[in-house]
Design a protein around this ligand. Structure first.
Ligand SMILES: *[C@@H]1O[C@H](CO)[C@@H](O)[C@H](O)[C@H]1NC(C)=O
Ligand SMILES: *[C@@H]1O[C@H](CO)[C@@H](O)[C@H](O)[C@H]1NC(C)=O
Ligand SMILES: *[C@@H]1O[C@H](CO)[C@@H](O)[C@H](O)[C@H]1NC(C)=O
Ligand SMILES: *[C@@H]1O[C@H](CO)[C@@H](O)[C@H](O)[C@H]1NC(C)=O
Ligand SMILES: *[C@@H]1O[C@H](CO)[C@@H](O)[C@H](O)[C@H]1NC(C)=O
Ligand SMILES: *[C@@H]1O[C@H](CO)[C@@H](O)[C@H](O)[C@H]1NC(C)=O
Ligand SMILES: *[C@@H]1O[C@H](CO)[C@@H](O)[C@H](O)[C@H]1NC(C)=O
Ligand SMILES: *[C@@H]1O[C@H](CO)[C@@H](O)[C@H](O)[C@H]1NC(C)=O
Ligand SMILES: *[C@@H]1O[C@H](CO)[C@@H](O)[C@H](O)[C@H]1NC(C)=O
Ligand SMILES: *[C@@H]1O[C@H](CO)[C@@H](O)[C@H](O)[C@H]1NC(C)=O
Ligand SMILES: *[C@@H]1O[C@H](CO)[C@@H](O)[C@H](O)[C@H]1NC(C)=O
Ligand SMILES: *[C@@H]1O[C@H](CO)[C@@H](O)[C@H](O)[C@H]1NC(C)=O
Length: 472
């Protein structure tokens, strides 16, 4: 070949220039600057021009996204998140031996980090032994998570979520004892979480939701007293949870394990999980009674929907009374279970923050307690498909913020209270399949935001009020 390729030509010119530059000490450490130029070179699209400052007119420590160590003037942090950068990640990154943070989240890096350069990248990354944070979330990376990741012994935060990684989580990860955040959700990971996770004593955030992981959750997980956030929803985990599960999880604030095949009772030790703020076990196969939750003072999110909880018996909803202590509660979702009995009056003494009560598809009977109208911040009240009897309380007019009201498929009767016209924010109203009668009140003309209205399957009489036709 007569001429070198453009790449080689570039580097020949580059090195000649680099030598001259180093003589005048513009660029500082040559290893870092070569690595950064190589990194820039492997990016094919930079729509915001964030890398335009990466040029010879200034020291690399002043380039966009770079922070240097003051003492050595070496690259310590490389942070280019949300830049829409498209390309691969140069293996030269492994030469940034002072690197502590690599944050390339929310870009379009692709390839088996990276595709063209095969396995080189993980090996060279392993040379960044000072790395504390590696954030590659929201890119298009695929293939297996490289085993070499385990050589990053000082890693504290690792985020690979929202990529296309597949295969098993490399066992070397469980050896990185400094990890406090491990986030790998929204990939195609499979296999089990091994008992070795118990070695990550500093783990405070563990997110593996929306993968294809299976097996039982390892019992050593429940020994992690620093664990604050645990998300494993939307996987294929099965098995039941030990009753003392929460006894050592003293820091736990949020747990979401819904959308799995987890079965058995809710561990009774939940009564002791006093830091819990979010508890979401929807779409699993939990059975039995819900214990007293009165110690969970910070609970704002309780979702138990689509399980087999309750036994269609009188005491099923007793735990609602204990929720009176949960003064932060915003969302109470108990839909699609087997809860029976009557709805206790204490439903009116719950948190002032409450915006959602969903009790649909259960076996609840008795009247709708008037006290429920104390929850004047409710946006969503869903009582459909139960056995409620009696009337709609007149004080439903207090629900000034209500958007979704579902009362269908109960045994409710009487006339529609005029006060319901006060619910001017209503978007959906469904009262079908009851025994309502009388005239449809003209006040429904106030529902100017309504998108869905179902009055069918009742005994209404008289003309449809003309106001209906003024509805947008
Ligand atoms: C650049 O860093 C390398 C590796 O740490 C070191 O060997 C070299 O002396 C440094 N060069 C300069 C000019 O600071
Ligand atoms: C080089 O970087 C400087 C900022 O350091 C910038 O003002 C200038 O426009 C850049 N030059 C090119 C050719 O992009
Ligand atoms: C930097 O990294 C590349 C690829 O990993 C390697 O070939 C090269 O020898 C390294 N050293 C320097 C000084 O650039
Ligand atoms: C990673 O970056 C994303 C997007 O900037 C951010 O939301 C997330 O908190 C980061 N994760 C870690 C562990 O730093
Ligand atoms: C990693 O560092 C070692 C020596 O520190 C070096 O020999 C090797 O080439 C580096 N690997 C890569 C891929 O840069
Ligand atoms: C990631 O997976 C999604 C869904 O399977 C697919 O549409 C997308 O093309 C994949 N991206 C890459 C970079 O492989
Ligand atoms: C984890 O560390 C142990 C002990 O240091 C070592 O024996 C084992 O090979 C390591 N496992 C992996 C997968 O790196
Ligand atoms: C949990 O920790 C206790 C005390 O450190 C230990 O005895 C027990 O074996 C651990 N259990 C698991 C499953 O790791
Ligand atoms: C709650 O904690 C106390 C004290 O640690 C313990 O005695 C009790 O058995 C625990 N209750 C449950 C239900 O685990
Ligand atoms: C509510 O909290 C108090 C302590 O603040 C406690 O004594 C009481 O038992 C709790 N109520 C319920 C129903 O758990
Ligand atoms: C709830 O409403 C009832 C009347 O329906 C009222 O007597 C009671 O004091 C209210 N409770 C709270 C906590 O506001
Ligand atoms: C409904 O609104 C009217 C005014 O439009 C008001 O007088 C009445 O008190 C409200 N009813 C309820 C139950 O809030």
């Amino acid at each position: 070949m007569l001429f070198p390729s453009m790449g080689l030509l570039f580097f020949y010119v580059f090195f000649v220039w680099l030598k001259a530059s180093l003589a005048t000490n513009i660029l500082g450490n040559e290893t870092d600057v070569i690595a950064l130029f190589r990194f820039k070179e492997s990016i094919s699209n930079d729509p915001y021009g964030v890398l335009s400052s990466w040029n010879t007119s200034s020291h690399f420590c002043n380039w966009h996204g770079i922070t240097c160590s003051i003492k050595h003037q070496r690259v310590q942090h490389l942070s280019l998140q949300l830049c829409q950068l498209h390309g691969t990640i140069s293996p030269y990154i492994g030469n940034l031996s002072f690197l502590r943070t690599l944050n390339l989240a929310s870009n379009s890096f692709y390839g088996e980090i990276p595709r063209e350069i095969g396995r080189e990248f993980p090996v060279s990354l392993a040379n960044c032994s000072e790395l504390r944070l590696l954030n590659m979330s929201s890119n298009n990376l695929y293939g297996r998570i490289p085993m070499e990741i385990g050589t990053l012994k000082k890693l504290e935060k690792l985020s690979l979520n929202k990529n296309n990684y597949s295969g098993e989580i490399p066992s070397s990860i469980w050896n990185i004892s400094s990890l406090s955040i491990l986030s790998m959700g929204y990939n195609y990971l499979e296999g089990k979480i091994p008992e070795e996770i118990g070695k990550l004593k500093s783990l405070s955030g563990f997110a593996i939701g929306a993968n294809k992981l299976s097996g039982e959750l390892p019992s050593s997980l429940y020994n992690l007293s620093s664990l604050a956030i645990f998300f494993a929803a939307e996987n294929q985990f099965h098995g039941s949870l030990p009753s003392d599960m929460f006894s050592n999880l003293i820091s736990l604030q949020e747990i979401g394990i819904g959308g799995n095949q987890i079965s058995g009772p809710i561990p009774t030790s939940i009564s002791n999980a006093s830091s819990l703020q979010l508890f979401d076990i929807g779409y699993c196969s939990f059975v039995g009674k819900v214990s007293n939750l009165g110690n969970l003072k910070d609970l704002y999110w309780l979702n138990l929907n689509y399980n087999h909880l309750g036994s269609n018996s009188a005491l099923d909803l007793d735990f609602i009374t204990s929720l009176v202590n949960c003064t932060e509660l915003e969302s109470l979702v108990l839909s699609s279970n087997n809860f029976g009995g009557v709805l206790p009056n204490s439903i009116g003494n719950l948190s002032a923050q409450l915006t959602e009560i969903s009790l649909d598809f259960n076996q609840i009977h008795g009247t709708i307690p008037e006290t429920i109208c104390n929850n004047t911040n409710l946006i969503d009240l869903d009582l459909e498909y139960n056995h409620f009897t009696g009337f709609i309380p007149n004080s439903f007019g207090k629900f000034q913020k209500m958007q979704l009201l579902g009362l269908s498929a109960n045994n409710l009767m009487g006339e529609i209270p005029i006060s319901l016209g006060n619910l001017t924010q209503l978007v959906e109203l469904s009262i079908s399949k009851n025994m309502f009668y009388g005239k449809i009140p003209p006040s429904i003309g106030n529902w100017q935001n309504l998108l869905y209205l179902d009055f069918s399957g009742n005994n209404f009489s008289g003309a449809i009020p003309v106001e209906v036709f003024s509805l947008f």
